[in-house]
Design a protein around this ligand. Structure first.
Ligand code: PMP
Length: 423
């Protein structure tokens, strides 16, 4: 096995990484490799595979749509799949307007651009954006700028605009300091609002790439209250947390937030096709309607509202709405298995929210580059489970269709792996 002579893989250091595994097919939670090995996809392939791989009803919906209308320019034209999706997501999210793009990063870029231009269309010069420590909002420049500075963005720091950065008081089982850290963060926020602020952006409940850093809903409501008091817009980046991942359809609903803008992608199409959407309130939409051409939102991608993506998203919503218990009660499946893991001395700072469970390996550095996660990853691969720890943070974020036996197999692989790592 060697590296392909013409491919360039994402976030992969060829000098130190193993050659990628060849996947032949996938079904449900299982990836089947070219050599016949089977792996449980315990992280939903970068958090996108919502129900399961090759989910038949979504595959069929895409097939039907492909024979009907595969793509059309979305300026001058509209179509049924886009209109149906907009109607359904507006009702489900509480935000009336849907703007299409291609992925999570672009959904965030669009939210930032709408927020920024909306103020300018109002004749306001509010310039500050507020974001949180540890935030990850994507790899394009605007998304990188609001994301925390990290090894991902390091080469580009000189090109990124500044934001006010507030600490993120993430918590875990048995955390004794959370209230103090929340109070500190809210104080920082209050100080930041001394500068006229266009918008606050956050990942509701769970910062994903930071290492599944979870905050309490009451903290987020306090942030929202302050944003409202200072007239700033609230942008919820639900690219990871959307579509049931936190135990409610959206993290904002679980936390009790009512944002002005919401970025969605990943699970939107059930993980079948790349698509992003930015939901916006009617109030923001109205701020762009004008006889002045400069007040138009001049943003659009070639594949805007791709009908295949819309058809996949509609079929995925059907599945979610048909069986909400599957995501609503997922945490009750994680918790007993996490309690068992908690017995291991290396396992620290356990947390769980909806379908997402995480803990840290107590191994010195908490950096993304800490190699201990890679050691555990290799062990789990040998035991038929695919994980992708974030540094020393190990997490599970499986497709909703994972069976109890498969979930137990994931935890068994982790347990034996952690035992093997223990000094
Ligand atoms: N926002 C969040 C919260 C994310 O987790 C991600 C991707 N991990 C993104 C934005 C960027 O999404 P994409 O990779 O589809 O551009």
């Amino acid at each position: 096995m060697s590296w392909h002579p013409h491919l360039w893989h994402p976030t992969t250091q060829v000098a130190t990484s193993p050659v990628p595994l060849q996947v032949a097919r996938a079904r449900g939670c299982v990836l089947e490799l070219q050599d016949g090995r089977q792996l449980i996809d315990a992280i939903s392939s970068w958090w996108v595979t919502l129900h399961g791989h090759a989910e038949p009803s979504i595959a069929a919906a895409i097939g039907r749509q492909a024979l009907q209308l595969e793509q059309v320019i979305f300026a001058n034209f509209s179509h049924q799949p886009a209109e149906q999706l907009a109607t359904r997501l507006a009702a489900l999210s509480g935000l009336e307007r849907l703007f299409f793009s291609d992925n999570g990063s672009t959904a965030v870029e669009v939210a930032l651009k709408i927020a920024w231009q909306w103020w300018r269309n109002q004749g306001s010069d509010r310039r500050q954006l507020i974001a949180f420590e540890g935030a990850y909002h994507g790899d394009t420049f605007g998304a990188m700028a609001v994301g925390d500075r990290s090894v991902f963005s390091a080469p580009f720091h000189d090109l990124l605009f500044d934001v006010a950065r507030i600490s993120w008081p993430h918590t875990h089982w048995g955390d004794a300091t959370v209230e103090e850290r929340e109070a500190h963060a809210l104080q920082q926020l209050e100080q930041a609002f001394a500068v006229p602020t266009a918008a606050v952006i956050l990942e509701p409940l769970i910062q994903g790439a930071a290492g599944m850093h979870m905050v309490r809903p009451s903290f987020l409501r306090a942030v929202e209250e302050r944003a409202q008091a200072h007239g700033a817009l609230l942008i919820a980046d639900e690219v990871m947390t959307g579509f049931g991942r936190t135990g409610a359809l959206f993290g904002c609903q679980r936390a009790g937030l009512k944002p002005d803008l919401m970025a969605l992608s990943k699970g939107l199409t059930g993980g079948f096709l790349p698509m992003g959407v930015t939901m916006a309130s009617e109030r923001l939409y109205r701020g762009f309607i004008s006889e002045t051409p400069e007040q138009t939102f001049f943003h659009g991608h070639s594949f805007t509202a791709n009908p295949l993506g819309c058809a996949a998203a509609l079929a995925s919503l059907d599945l979610l709405q048909h069986d909400p218990v599957r995501y609503q009660q997922f945490n009750t499946r994680h918790i007993p298995l996490l309690e068992e893991l908690a017995q291991q001395p290396l396992v620290k700072r356990i947390r769980c929210q909806g379908t997402v469970a995480a803990f840290e390996l107590d191994a010195g550095s908490t950096s993304y580059l800490n190699p201990i996660g890679k050691q555990l990853q290799r062990h789990c691969l040998d035991h038929g489970v695919y994980l992708r720890p974030l540094g020393n943070v190990v997490y599970l974020l499986p497709p909703l269709s994972i069976s109890d036996t498969q979930l137990e197999q994931c935890y068994a692989a982790i347990r034996s792996g952690v035992e093997a790592l223990s000094p």
